[in-house]
Design a protein around this ligand. Structure first.
Ligand code: ADP
Length: 407
């Protein structure tokens, strides 16, 4: 024990030279020596710790586990840092607890076993660690907040991209429509110009011939050519009406004008115009009983639909046949039927009949543009109606239009 006396030169020299607190403890857990740093650290006078139980330096709550630890440690006898990874506390004389780090070094001297404990007061370090932890926590929170903000920005950007994409799609759609409309106009104009040639040369021929039949008794021939002229002009007029109607169709629904009108007035006008196109022996039957029927619809579209259906019925039927126009008014809708005994529509072509420019294979030698029914169907659809047909080749066709007629 004397070897650890404060006056022992060797120990003094060694223990006062280091910055850590040094405690030498014997097997009975009694402090046999403490350097100045250790005494200061625990708040004791220079010689006060010597001979005291180690327990006075250990907070009450840790004493039990410490005893166990030390017993185990004496058995193993190797150098190590005490309670690595756990926080250790020392107890000062004034009962203040403070964090320490302890390194244990076992050794034997003159047949006795000791442990030299190197004690470092880590109050400052722990404080720093705590500050660092807090700083880290703050930083984490800031990062989290930033990430949140970034997420919001990304979401906003995504929404913006979606909005722009939608706008772009809209513009593309409008452009496509515009392009289609232009193509349609070009196609239609070339079709119409082509379609105008035949009637115009017919008119020219008839007009020239009329000029030649100047004699009495040639009235009948003059009459015939006049009739041809009228019919051809009617035909041209019809094509132009279709053309103007396409324009109207592309401009949208707001173009429709619903009014209350007399159905018989429209029927008479259509029948009168179609009569001029009749082939020899053809006749149109139409009801006289719609005289007082007033309907609420777009008059021009009803006229356009009926004209198309009746013209087609006459055009695609041979001489000496009958075209039957039937009108039925049920509650709030009217049903128009145009029945002919004409060439009919080949079965394979039937599904295409309402497509723009489509013409069935059995009409290719007859004048036509393939646009009339397409336009009529679009208008009827827009007005909340339907159009459909039944047809058998070489027997005849029935086209049916149903339209709402109430306000
Ligand atoms: P267009 O008569 O100018 O060819 P439409 O659009 O009016 O054009 O008709 C489209 C096609 O439908 C016609 O070309 C013809 O093949 C067929 N079609 C229409 N109506 C009849 C009908 N009453 N009888 C036979 N075929 C018809």
């Amino acid at each position: 024990m004397h070897v650890f006396d404060r006056n022992s030169n060797i120990f003094n020299l060694l223990s006062e030279a280091v910055s850590e607190g040094i405690l030498v403890i014997n097997k009975e857990q009694v402090i046999v020596s403490a350097n100045s740093r250790a005494s200061e650290m625990f708040g004791y006078g220079p010689t006060e710790l010597r001979g005291k139980s180690l327990n006075i330096l250990i907070p009450e709550t840790y004493r039990k586990s410490h005893d166990k630890y030390i017993t185990g440690y004496h058995k193993e006898k190797n150098r190590r840092l005490m309670a690595e990874g756990r926080n250790l506390y020392g107890l000062r004389k004034n009962d203040e607890e403070f964090p320490v780090e302890v390194g244990l070094n076992p050794f034997s001297l003159y047949g006795n076993t000791y442990v030299m404990a190197l004690v470092v007061d880590v109050t400052e370090r722990r404080k720093n660690e705590k500050e660092i932890l807090e700083l880290n926590k703050n930083l984490e929170q800031k990062i989290k907040a930033r990430i949140g903000e970034l997420r919001d920005t990304v979401a906003e950007l995504k929404r913006e991209i979606k909005r722009r994409k939608e706008a772009e799609a809209k513009i593309q759609g409008a452009l496509k429509k515009e392009k289609e409309l232009n193509e349609l106009k070009t196609k239609f104009l070339s079709l119409v110009s082509h379609e105008f040639k035949t009637p115009l040369s017919g008119i020219l021929t008839s007009a020239t011939l009329i000029g030649k039949y100047t004699e009495d008794g040639q009235e009948e021939k003059r009459e015939k050519h006049l009739k041809t002229i009228v019919a051809e002009v009617q035909h041209l007029n019809h094509i132009l009406t279709d053309f103007l109607s396409v324009e109207r169709l592309e401009k949208g629904k707001e173009m429709y004008k619903l009014t209350k009108f007399s159905l018989s007035k429209v029927v008479n006008e259509v029948v009168y115009n179609t009569n001029m196109l009749l082939k020899s022996g053809q006749q149109i039957r139409y009801p006289q009983n719609v005289d007082d029927a007033m309907v609420y619809q777009d008059e021009k579209i009803v006229l356009l639909a009926l004209t198309n259906l009746l013209y087609n019925a006459v055009k695609y039927s041979p001489e000496d046949t009958e075209v039957d126009l039937q009108i039925e008014i049920i509650k709030d809708k009217m049903i128009l039927r145009v029945v002919d005994q004409g060439i009919g529509i080949p079965k394979n072509d039937q599904k295409h009949i309402f497509e723009r420019y489509f013409r069935a294979e059995n009409v290719l030698l007859t004048q036509g543009t393939g646009i009339g029914l397409n336009i009529v169907k679009s208008h009827i659809d827009n007005l909340g109606g339907t159009i459909y047909f039944e047809s058998t080749e070489n027997i005849g066709s029935t086209f049916i239009v149903e339209l709402p007629i109430k306000q």
